[in-house]
Design a binder for this molecule. Structure first.
Ligand SMILES: [Zn+2]
Length: 757
């Protein structure tokens, strides 16, 4: 396997409608990957249709993208993003629905009045932004507002009127609930009970709001474009209107239809208006058609409506698919069930019919996921020519989802070419090629192989790794030896077996150390207490012999690489740094952004988006500073009655008395404390490591993410240059004062929250 570099992208500023159910991907990744594997104008297949951003970006990069989409909501999102109605249509659609008569009132005013409440401070009638509820209660306990008159703002206790209003609306709930149900399933439909359960995730007020609008849709005489625009706005309100908005928000990306113990009921009128800005910001005219219509060579999106398994084999003859791209789907019972519901509300029962299974299926576990993915990969295999590259993005990765997808693809005949993993918060980038259709004889899984693969990864890393990283290293070993799944095994059995195997590889080996507060294997970090000594000959898994530098920890190596890059490329933007760094640390070694940021923040300043070394960190300045510090050590030593001598090319300074070593100093211009500790030949209690003040938070960051380094640092004293400058100024300096001062100069805590990974 040839590990590829992680392709960096940019997080979208406005992730767009229904973002909490969409895979969180970065922009710019697919358009960087595609040209390396297929020329623009080629046909590319997205077999999962899970992320509209992915298909759009590929189409904009000049590719003809065939997307199979089964979920009517995902399909609508894709169409809307490719060819959004104009802002004028959105505004007009909202104005039209607002102006419809409802008795004596206009509909807009009527719907807004559902959210009227009284300002606690000035007593004026204002619109609540949301109401807060506790599960199982029949009225809200609080409201959230910003008063336009007195600017009183925040969460306030619900008034008796708020409570009475909620109960009044609930009084007519049966009627609206059965209407909402009617649009999804017929009375005699055996799936009606499931639709009812799904609708239970709507409170009476939002359900009344939505059904009132939806019932007017057909009588409104809208142009097709305005109707599309209005549907898009209603869709945003449909999602805002359910109870899956926990308060305070701890699970912002729900996967299951569970009512949180406290949740937020949004003002849906405000949400309709917000929807307008969400949609108009997605806008891009991308050519759009449906299969089997052709697309021009300049690119576009061709939608195949249905499951991948329904895509006919003729595709292979008609259009040579040059590459496959896809956001690998993970089970989302909440989104899938709600999609069926929303499709019915927006387009009626016929639209739900092909997707109705989503209402029915209740339990999606990883075995289900692996089985479904395997069916898709198996069909995909038949559509591709030998050696076609498949680029998969696995967002929100976790050990089980990674096992599931690797097993599914491997069992379908795909060869894993690369796996690039940054952190558990970023999508894993996977590359397969469609292999030869020889059904390989699976091998018996071997725990020793897994153990050695994990050990090799920890050696290469030179510091502890997350469970996801070591799990991935183990999986890759199993993929290589075709031992992930035996032929007669079901996926659930194979998944269990694989997880047990990897966990016993970790637990039954004294070389591995678990840094964790919890008992469970998959928490915290895994490291090794048996890393080869620096300078020892070691052949790393790639077969290349590495110099001694290899045993610097990953974060130390990243520090060196980032600083070297900045010295050669002053005034670079963050993405430039990532693009240079990731190829140096491919696959499982991909450094986190927080790590790169920490190094940049320590050495450089940001001006208008560009990073530039600080004046004091330019190499020549640092060199003269190092000799100043050496001079200080010598001078302080003399005052305390020691003779100073140097070791190791002037990096180590030793205070001696009567030929005995009393104190030693290791001077650093960097935060390579791990290297300093392993290089110094003196006992820890005699060693003082001296670093520039500007490195203190980088050193603290490294200690925070690497418990083995933190332990070693505890046994050594680390002080800042500044301390030596202060000491030399003291009129009276004794050996006691010196020891006190050194002991009282702690490294500061790493400042930023995001520095954790
Ligand atoms: Zn007020």
């Amino acid at each position: 396997m040839d590990y590829q570099a992680y392709i960096p992208g940019l997080s979208p500023v406005e992730p767009g409608p229904l973002a909490r159910f969409m895979p969180p991907l970065e922009d710019g990744v697919i358009s960087a990957w595609l040209p390396l594997h297929a020329p623009p104008g080629s046909w590319v297949l997205d077999p999962f249709g899970f992320s509209r951003r992915l298909a759009l970006e590929a189409a904009r990069a000049g590719y003809r993208v065939l997307v199979t989409v089964n979920n009517p909501i995902t399909r609508f999102l894709l169409e809307m993003s490719a060819q959004p109605p104009s802002e004028t249509d959105f505004k007009a659609a909202l104005a039209d629905i607002s102006a419809v008569k409802k008795g004596e009132e206009r509909l807009g005013a009527h719907l807004q009045s559902l959210y009227l409440t009284t300002c606690e401070k000035c007593g004026s009638e204002i619109y609540a932004e949301s109401f807060l509820w506790r599960r199982g209660e029949n009225a809200p306990y609080a409201r959230v507002y910003t008063c336009p008159n007195c600017e009183d703002s925040g969460e306030r206790v619900a008034t008796p009127q708020d409570i009475e209003k909620a109960k009044r609306i609930a009084g007519t709930d049966n009627l609206h609930r059965s209407r909402a149900l009617e649009r999804v399933t017929a009375l005699e439909d055996e799936d009606r009970v499931y639709a009812e359960e799904a609708i239970a995730h709507y409170l009476p007020r939002p359900l009344y709001f939505l059904t009132t609008i939806i019932n007017r849709l057909d009588s409104l005489n809208l142009t097709p474009e305005r109707r599309r625009a209005l549907n898009a706005l209603i869709l945003v309100a449909c999602d805002a209107g359910n109870t899956l908005w926990d308060h305070p928000s701890e699970r912002p990306r729900p996967k299951q239809l569970n009512i949180p113990s406290q949740f937020r009921e949004h003002n849906l009128w405000i949400q309709l208006e917000r929807g307008l800005s969400q949609w108009t910001e997605t806008g891009a005219g991308v050519r759009l058609d449906t299969w089997p219509n052709e697309l021009p060579e300049s690119g576009g999106i061709c939608i195949f409506e249905g499951r991948l398994q329904d895509l006919p084999d003729e595709v292979k003859k008609q259009i040579p698919i040059k590459a496959v791209i896809g956001s690998l789907p993970r089970p989302n019972q909440a989104f899938w069930t709600l999609s069926a519901l929303w499709a019915g509300w927006l387009w009626g029962r016929e639209a739900v019919e092909p997707y109705k299974r989503a209402l029915r299926r209740r339990r999606y576990d990883w075995a289900w996921n692996a089985t479904a993915l395997n069916a898709a990969f198996t069909h995909l295999f038949g559509l591709l020519h030998l050696g076609t590259p498949v680029f998969g993005l696995l967002s929100e990765p976790e050990p089980a989802s990674l096992t599931s997808v690797l097993m599914a693809a491997s069992a379908a005949g795909f060869d894993l070419g690369s796996l690039a993993l940054r952190t558990q918060h970023d999508p894993i980038q996977l590359l397969w090629t469609s292999g030869e259709h020889l059904r390989r004889q699976p091998n018996e899984a071997n725990v020793e192989e897994v153990r050695e693969a994990i050990y090799s990864h920890l050696v290469e890393r030179g510091e502890p790794a997350s469970y996801l990283h070591v799990h991935a290293a183990g999986l890759i070993a199993l993929v290589k030896s075709h031992a992930l799944k035996q032929r007669d095994q079901e996926f659930d059995e194979a998944l269990r077996g694989t997880h047990t195997l990897i966990q016993s590889a970790l637990e039954d080996d004294p070389r591995f150390v678990h840094y964790s507060n919890g008992e469970s294997v998959d928490t915290g970090l895994w490291g090794s207490n048996d890393l080869p000594a620096r300078g020892a000959a070691h052949t790393c898994p790639g077969g290349r012999r590495q110099g001694s530098r290899h045993y610097d920890s990953l974060s130390d190596r990243v520090e060196i690489a980032v600083v070297t890059f900045l010295q050669k490329n002053p005034e670079s933007i963050f993405l430039d740094v990532e693009q240079d760094i990731y190829p140096r640390f491919p696959g499982l070694l991909t450094p986190s952004r927080a790590m790169i940021y920490s190094v940049l923040a320590s050495y450089a300043e940001k001006e208008g988006g560009e990073w530039k070394l600080r004046a004091e960190d330019v190499a020549s300045v640092r060199r003269s500073e190092l000799s100043n510090i050496a001079g200080l050590i010598d001078a302080i030593g003399r005052r305390l009655g020691y003779a100073t001598r140097t070791r190791r090319q002037d990096r180590i300074y030793v205070w001696e008395q009567n030929g005995n070593v009393e104190r030693t100093f290791y001077i650093l211009a960097s935060a390579l404390i791990g290297r300093a500790i392993s290089e110094t030949p003196f006992p820890p209690e005699k060693t003082i490591i001296v670093i520039p003040g500007g490195r203190a938070s980088l050193a603290a960051y490294k200690a925070q993410r690497d418990p083995s380094l933190a332990e070693r640092m505890k046994r050594h004293q680390v002080v800042k240059y500044r301390l030596l400058r202060t000491l030399i100024e003291l009129p009276v300096l004794t050996r006691e004062t010196f020891e006190e001062q050194v002991a009282g100069d702690p490294l500061e805590k790493s400042k930023s929250q995001m520095m954790m990974f």
